[in-house]
Write a protein that binds this ligand. Structure first.
Ligand code: GFB
Length: 309
């Protein structure tokens, strides 16, 4: 990638896209083409084709997607399947038609079978049944990986897929119904402290384990891989260690400074028991994360407080 290359970051206002854009700007890239979802509906094929024909980007980071936590995935099953299939189908095909130099498709660790051995190696894809709460989202993401591979083998496109673990960071979604666990718990503990509530409710048993990576680390990994990785299949991007949801709750409680108790809502789903990525492929290429979890949560909490004012 040259500094003058035209780069399209799809989803640049989301947590992941905004972190990628910030990283590229810090690295000296300046020729961006960006559209909000109101300006360009990526689910609309004609709009996407017109956009690619007129802008002709050299590089594409496909970070636009319909995303959400366990309850959102389970509730809006049709939207998670339709929106994501349309977005990625339109963008990947238009990138091929318009001779994009290289495209990076961002997936998710939920593409792996629910009960696959841990840590999750790239070759475990399609080796077993998926977690039911996010099966539509996972199937859309698996289709994206296969689409990149098919366009590579049939047309010679340099399209790569990366699989990030559970993410958190600036610009996260704090809606308690739709958000992921880390953002939800920051908000719940903060509000419980401010409004002097006696308890914070954690969904499910709190026994599942998750691996968390800060969006700034993910962005750095994506920019690194855009330069140095060009293979079919996919590569995991993770922190290399996981934490129990109950432990995470206690860590956030401590950082926020809340002194009440933690209870559990067992009517809410646990989801996959564990989702720890094997990151040896990425480490062997020479990249590893920089932001420890507690430090990342402190930064995110501070960003959340700023967003309230
Ligand atoms: O972050 P989360 O929604 O995503 O939930 P998943 C992780 C775990 O935290 C689950 C528990 O066991 C939840 O039950 N949890 C506890 C909570 N309290 C809360 C809370 O207040 N809010 C939320 N949201 N969870 C999603 C997938 O799964 O992860 C997506 O549905 C995607 O497809 C994404 O892959 C990264 O890790 O379970």
């Amino acid at each position: 990638m040259n500094k003058t290359d035209k780069i399209y970051v799809a989803g640049h206002r989301g947590m992941v896209g905004s972190a990628i854009l910030k990283r590229l700007q810090a690295d000296g890239f300046h020729n961006f083409v960006l559209r909000t979802s109101t300006e360009l509906d990526l689910r609309n094929q004609a709009e996407v084709n017109n956009f690619f024909e007129s802008e002709k980007p050299d590089y594409v980071f496909l970070a636009a997607a319909k995303v959400g936590g366990i309850l959102a995935n389970d509730t809006y099953r049709a939207e998670f399947l339709y929106d994501n299939l349309m977005i990625q189908g339109n963008v990947i095909h238009a990138a091929y038609l318009n001779k994009v130099e290289k495209l990076m498709f961002l997936g998710s660790s939920c593409i792996y079978p629910k009960l696959a051995p841990q840590p999750l190696r790239e070759e475990y894809l399609l080796s077993g049944k998926l977690e039911p709460t996010n099966e539509p989202y996972a199937i859309a993401k698996i289709a994206g990986i296969k689409m990149c591979d098919a366009y590579r083998s049939q047309y010679g496109c340099r399209f790569v897929s990366v699989m990030p673990t559970n993410l958190y960071g600036n610009n996260d979604n704090y809606d308690l119904h739709d958000s992921h666990v880390l953002a939800a718990l920051i908000r719940k503990f903060h509000e419980a402290k401010i409004f002097k509530r006696h308890e914070v409710v954690v969904w499910g048993t709190g026994n599942p384990r998750r691996e968390f990576l800060h969006a700034d680390d993910l962005a750095e990994a994506c920019c690194f891989l855009m330069k140095f990785y060009d293979e079919p299949g996919m590569i995991n991007i993770g922190a290399g260690e996981d934490v129990g949801i109950n432990e995470l709750a206690m860590l956030i409680q401590d950082i926020v400074g809340y002194e009440g108790k933690i209870t559990h809502d067992l009517s809410k789903p646990d989801g996959t028991p564990r989702k720890l990525l094997d990151v040896s492929k990425l480490r062997n290429l020479g990249w590893s994360p920089k932001i420890p979890l507690a430090e990342g949560i402190r930064r995110t909490y501070s960003d959340y407080i700023t967003s309230l004012s």
